[in-house]
Design a protein around this ligand. Structure first.
Ligand SMILES: [Zn+2]
Length: 177
């Protein structure tokens, strides 16, 4: 937000979009109901695939749980991929928390001491988490955190991630490598 630092400034940004420059979000695919599917049978389908099966689970024959993506397609007046930003739209960025990036790079869980230690070291050397994820030059990240982390952050910034959409109550996964 580029606003006057006041309640009124914040209200205007949220309610009217005045000074709202854009949003920073998680990847929508991480949501528990992004694609259609049936969790019990491990079936996860894109809207188009689900339509081929008439919304019926190909394993057990029960009704698939419809996901957000499919519902958006039903409500949309545009074709998939033709989603031009409306004039009132604002840019958005999708990010993954830095501890998860570190975890993916060194192969330990986000709760581990190794990941926590590396995370704190990066904040100390490079600045706030959003700066590290979005703005710090890759060369500086390389010096502080090495080649693998640099490649992970480069991919995240470009959106070059592997998206495994959530379905029927199962969280989706975003993978960097
Ligand atoms: Zn099923």
């Amino acid at each position: 937000m580029d606003i006057e630092l006041s309640y009124q400034g914040l209200w205007n940004a949220v309610q009217k979009g005045e000074g709202l420059e854009g949003t920073i979000e998680f990847f929508p695919e991480e949501g528990k109901y992004h694609f259609d599917g049936h969790r019990k049978c491990g079936i996860c389908l894109s809207p188009k695939e689900a339509e081929k099966y008439n919304g019926i689970c190909p394993v057990c024959g029960k009704k698939l749980t419809m996901g957000v993506d499919h519902r958006i397609m039903q409500l949309s007046d545009r074709d998939e991929g033709a989603a031009a930003m409306p004039e009132s739209g604002r840019p958005y960025e999708s990010l993954v928390p830095l501890p998860e990036v570190v975890s993916a790079c060194i192969g330990f869980s986000t709760a581990s001491k190794k990941v926590q230690g590396q995370y704190e070291m990066l904040l100390e050397k490079l600045g706030a988490e959003f700066q590290v994820l979005r703005e710090v030059p890759l060369e500086d990240i390389r010096v502080a955190g090495g080649d693998v982390l640099t490649e992970g952050i480069r991919r995240l910034r470009k959106g070059e991630v592997i998206r495994k959409p959530g379905f029927d109550g199962e969280y989706g996964k975003i993978e960097l490598f």
